[in-house]
Design a protein around this ligand. Structure first.
Ligand SMILES: Nc1ncnc2c1ncn2[C@@H]1O[C@H](COP(=O)(O)OP(=O)(O)OP(=O)(O)O)[C@@H](O)[C@H]1O
Ligand SMILES: [Mg+2]
Length: 227
């Protein structure tokens, strides 16, 4: 579904991404983990064709690609109410807006129906982030990019949405996160991005035998939390 070949991206002659090679199969799930500034959002912008590669190739087969941006607040039109924000993606497609499905999803996402009449500035960060995830799901994408899409959510809501996403069988997921625990819960494959380089590729069910000190540090920090 997604093939990234020998990809490089530089800004002002500084390489932000180096020699990136990624293959994502249909209906699989991949998590990209890395510290702040590693180049994760830059990679998602290249996948979405918002930015152009300096070198290399990105081939994406699916047309229905949705995204939840890390900067979700600026991804909604402040003059639209939530009802309009949720319907906006349907204006330019022939996919039918499903009112019943919206009702189901509002429940799963712990959002009351009354939210539909409100404007973005009247919502909490976590409520608006949930609206953005809901909007990305509602038009039934084949490929979904989530860039730190859970960072404003409380643990209970996060768990509910993560388990909902896990149940979606016809969805290819590209998760960007700092959070190894979410990555392991939601994704089969994990890639570690470190200073623009993919330094490790792991299966989420076998986190042993990691090689890079950064990955070891990530895994150790989970163990410490569990104590
Ligand atoms: N348009 C741009 N022009 C110049 N430099 C940029 C641009 N966009 C990103 N960068 C730089 O690229 C590097 C990677 O940024 P990026 O947003 O991809 O990091 P990230 O891994 O998503 O970090 P975070 O976890 O904090 O979101 C940073 O040093 C950033 O300053
Ligand atoms: Mg980012």
């Amino acid at each position: 579904m997604l093939e990234i070949k020998d990809l490089y991206k530089s800004y002002n002659k500084k390489f932000i991404l180096k020699n990136i090679n990624i293959n994502v199969k249909k209906n699989s799930s991949l998590a990209l983990i890395g510290e702040s500034g590693a180049g994760k959002t830059t990679l998602s912008k290249l996948i979405l064709n918002i930015e152009k590669p300096t070198k290399g190739q990105i081939n994406i087969r699916e047309k229905k690609v949705n995204v939840v941006f890390q900067d979700y607040r600026s991804s909604v039109n402040p003059t639209f109410n939530i009802d309009e924000i949720l319907k906006e993606p349907f204006w330019s497609t022939n996919i039918k807006f499903d009112k019943k499905e919206l009702g189901n999803l509002l429940q799963i996402f712990n959002l009351p129906n009354t939210i539909l009449d409100k404007y973005p500035h009247q919502l909490s960060g976590g409520q608006l982030q949930r609206v953005c995830i809901l909007r990305a799901i509602l038009s039934k994408p084949d490929f979904l990019i989530l860039d730190e899409a859970f960072n404003a959510l409380d643990i209970y809501t996060k768990a509910k949405i993560v388990s909902f996403l896990k149940e979606q069988k016809d969805l290819t997921l590209f998760l960007i996160t700092h959070d190894l625990e979410i990555a392991v819960t939601l994704c089969e494959d994990i890639k570690i991005l470190y200073k623009g380089d993919i330094i490790e590729s792991l299966k989420s069910n076998s986190l042993k035998n990691v090689k890079h000190p950064y990955t070891k540090m990530l895994i150790d920090s989970i163990m410490k939390l569990e104590k």
